[in-house]
Each structure stands twice: as structure tokens, then as C-alpha cells.
Ligand binder design. Structure first.
Ligand code: FAD
Length: 398
């Protein structure tokens, strides 16, 4: 008698109006598949279980006595890197795409879960299982919106793939780790990027229209380590808007509620993480979490220029001051914001200290958001490492 796995009897939710995590849903895609059967356990917003999943993926969870563990997660090494020959059109220098291509070309994996864009919208997410280098390259550059990457997981099982690379952000990877044993895989590699302040497609439009001089020509943007948002336009020009000049009042409700209650900025459960925020301006930031991550990185080391991570400055006063400023929705006039940007670029936190600045600012904001909007979730939903980070600051009474 053949036994059917329980999830195969489950029905995917095709309507986004019915999500178990309700408004906290990050649209990771799990509920679009029959793995919705496991959602109560797997969803990052229904069941925060980062420490347990870290122990399974990396052999240990964070050591809460170590600040670097609290901030950056379990890791073996960190470094700054960039491709000697950057990939044209990649978000940074294309380390993520290069790694995926190398793994596919060498037969380490048979497919790569990544996200291309839809035909009609350069920022519209279209998750795929890429089977060729061209399909991986077509997924380069961020789709800065919530993206249902896990919606293709059913296809993994159906197509009989046994060796898979998944590229994704923290909420997607948390759900993936919780169901990875059900996918019928022999080998799974997980390549993560940090992620913060993501938005729905409508939210993205509002952000672009509120912030850029020419929203319809933006092809790429990033919140950079020089405290400015860099928008790249179709004609190649770069527009820079200082963080301190953002229209905080208008933008407060742009970020997705899932992102306002997320404490996995650094993608704790990936084997290898490629971001930028712990690296000097212009460089990418690499965090190797376990042996598998090191093996993956070794594959592309000969394509990279690297340097050790560095840390400079002291973020704490700036974070403490930013808490009431954000609460009040303070927006500086553009001349003052530009000036502030220049000063802070000179004396502000750099390297790992910039990453800590960004983590502290987001974790304090998100802690207040959960406390106010979901007080019943606060104790279980905020991981211990995040409680420790937030505990360094004085927060306003709710
Ligand atoms: P590329 O070679 O251009 O490849 C990009 C990869 O990202 C592609 O494989 C694609 O499948 C995947 N991808 C694109 N959009 C999404 C999405 N919405 N969900 C899941 N996967 C996606 N790094 C930081 O250090 N700090 C941050 O605050 C930060 N915020 C981010 C927010 C978002 C929404 C995303 C998607 C990434 C963020 N990153 C952040 C990561 C950073 O912007 C780069 O993606 C990373 O450094 C890789 O650059 P690359 O040139 O190597 O990638």
C-alpha cells in the first residue's frame, strides 16, 4: 500500500485574503503550495523558532554572551568582497548570481530557486526554478517587494529534483528550513541575503513616488552605507537622497507589517549570506555560517577580491536619538538633510558598526511595533538575541 504524505492532501491557498498569519503574512509563498499543511509550525510570523532551526542547520544556536553572535548570527567567518569582474545589471557585483551559476555548472545542484521579474513589471516578482545559467542571470538584481519564492516548492518535488540551491530572504528561509525534510531532496544549499523594510508592490510605488525625482525610470535602488538611498535610472544616472531627508510621515505605513515585526535581518538560517551592510562602501559583506557555506564560497573565491571586515565609530547615540525622531515622523528640509548626510558620512559608523547601527535602528522600531500592535506575541516572537539588542536603548512608554 502506498502512503500519501499528509501535506499532499492539503490545499494551497490561492487567495491572498486567506493567510494564516493574516496581516503579518510576508507572502513567502509557502501557503501557495500543499506545504501549507505545515504553516503553523513553519511560518516565521506564527512560530518564531530561530534558535532551534539554527541548531539544526549550523550545529549550534547563537551564543548570547557574544555580541557578534547576537548581531550577525552563528558564523565561522565574515569578510568584505567584490567580484573582480562585476556582473552588469546585478544588485551589487553579482556574487549571488555567480555562486548559483558555478554550483549549477559544476553539477552541485540541478536547479536554483530564485526570482525573476514579470514581463510587464521590472519589479514584479516571478519566482522560478532556474535550470540554466541564463535563467539564473535573468533573476539578478533585487525585486524590492515581498516575493512568494517558496511558491515553486511543489514543483521541486514534482520534477524529481534531488539537489537544490535556494536563494532567499530571512522569512522565506525560515519557512524553508522548517519543511526542508519534506521536499524529497538529497542535498539542499541555502544562499541568503539580508533583508529589511520590504514592501508590497503598491507600497514600492508609493516609496518611489514619494522619494525619487523620476519614479518610472528607476531600475535599481539601495539604502547605502553612506546614509543615502541611491536610485539608478534607465539612463545610467544615479540620484542620491539622504536618509534624513526621507518623508518619514508619509512612509511610515509603506513597509509591510511582516517587515515591521521581523527580527531576522541577517538571514540567520542560510548556509551563506551575501549582503553589503557590514562592508565598506562599494563592497559586499559575506557571512559564512557553516561548513556547507564555506564550500559554496570556495567555489567562487578565485573570482573575488576580498578584505577583512572592519568596524569604526560608535552608533549608540545616533540610534538613541533616532528613536523619538522616527516616532514623531521628523523630516529635515533637504539642505539640512544633505548637510547631515555629509557630516555623518565623515564621522558616522562604518563597516560592522554601520551594520549594528542599521540592526539597532530596525530592531528598536520593530520591537515598538510588535509591542503596540501585537502585544500578545511580544514575548514569544522577539528572539532572545533581539531582546538583548533592544535592551541597550531607552524606549518610549507605549
Ligand atoms: P545579484 O547577483 O544581483 O542577485 C540577486 C538575487 O536576489 C537573485 O538571485 C534573486 O533571486 C534574489 N532576489 C531578488 N529579489 C528578491 C526578493 N524580493 N526576495 C528574495 N530573493 C530576491 N543587504 C544588506 O546588507 N542590507 C539590507 O538592508 C538589505 N536589504 C535587502 C532587501 C531586499 C528586499 C533584498 C531582496 C535584498 C536586500 N539586501 C540587503 C541584499 C543586497 O541588496 C543584495 O541583494 C545582495 O548583496 C546580493 O547582491 P548581488 O549583486 O550579489 O546579487
Amino acid at each position: 500500500m502506498t502512503s500519501v504524505q499528509p501535506h499532499k492532501k492539503a490545499k494551497a491557498l490561492k487567495s491572498s485574503s486567506r493567510r494564516p498569519a493574516k496581516e503579518l503574512c510576508s507572502e513567502c509563498g509557502l501557503c501557495d503550495t500543499y506545504y501549507i499543511h505545515y504553516v503553523k509550525e513553519a511560518c516565521a510570523f506564527l512560530n518564531q523558532q530561530i534558535a532551534d532551526l539554527e541548531a539544526e542547520a549550523h550545529g549550534r544556536s547563537r551564543d548570547l554572551e557574544q555580541w557578534d553572535d547576537c548581531y550577525f548570527g552563528v558564523h565561522q567567518t565574515m569578510m568584505a568582497a567584490r567580484k573582480q569582474q562585476p556582473i552588469e545589471g546585478a544588485q551589487w557585483t553579482g556574487i549571488v548570481s555567480s555562486l548559483a551559476i558555478e554550483m549549477l555548472n559544476r553539477g552541485w545542484v540541478e536547479g536554483v530557486v530564485c526570482v525573476q521579474n514579470t514581463e510587464s513589471d521590472r519589479f514584479g516578482p516571478q519566482p522560478v526554478i532556474a535550470r540554466t545559467p541564463e535563467e539564473i542571470l535573468a533573476a539578478r538584481v533585487n525585486k524590492p517587494t515581498l516575493s512568494p519564492n517558496l511558491s515553486v516548492l511543489e514543483l521541486v518535488e514534482q520534477s524529481g529534483l534531488k539537489k537544490l540551491l535556494v536563494i532567499g530572504v530571512g522569512c522565506q528561509i525560515q519557512a524553508l528550513r522548517a519543511v526542508q525534510d519534506k521536499l524529497g531532496l538529497e542535498k539542499l544549499y541555502v544562499l541568503g541575503t539580508p533583508c529589511v523594510d520590504n514592501v508590497s508592490r503598491d507600497g514600492l510605488q508609493k516609496f518611489l513616488e514619494t522619494t525619487s525625482r523620476s519614479p518610472e525610470t528607476v531600475v535599481h535602488y539601495e539604502f547605502m552605507q553612506d546614509f543615502r538611498v541611491h536610485f539608478k535610472h534607465e539612463d545610467g544616472s544615479i540620484e542620491k537622497v539622504p536618509f534624513f531627508g526621507l518623508n518619514t510621515k508619509e512612509l511610515k505605513d509603506v513597509f509591510a507589517p511582516s517587515c515591521l515585526s521581523c527580527f531576522d535581518y541577517v538571514n540567520s538560517l542560510a548556509d551563506l549570506v551575501v549582503g553589503y551592510m557590514g562592508a565598506p562602501f562599494g563592497w559586499q559583506w559575506i557571512v559564512v555560517r557553516n561548513d556547507r557555506g564555506q564550500e559554496m564560497l570556495d567555489l567562487v573565491m578565485d573570482q573575488l577580491e576580498t578584505q577583512p571586515v572592519m568596524s569604526k565609530g560608535d552608533r549608540r547615540a545616533a540610534v538613541q536619538q533616532s528613536i523619538p525622531a522616527y516616532e514623531k515622523g521628523v523630516t529635515l528640509p533637504m539642505w539640512a538633510a544633505q548637510l547631515m548626510g555629509v557630516v555623518i558620512e565623515k564621522i558616522g559608523p562604518k563597516g560592522l558598526e554601520y551594520a549594528r547601527f542599521s540592526i539597532d535602528s530596525h530592531f528598536t522600531r520593530n520591537y515598538l511595533y510588535v509591542q503596540r500592535n501585537h502585544p500578545e506575541k511580544l514575548a514569544d516572537h522577539v528572539p532572545d538575541y533581539a531582546q538583548r539588542i533592544v535592551g541597550q536603548y531607552q524606549l518610549p512608554q507605549s
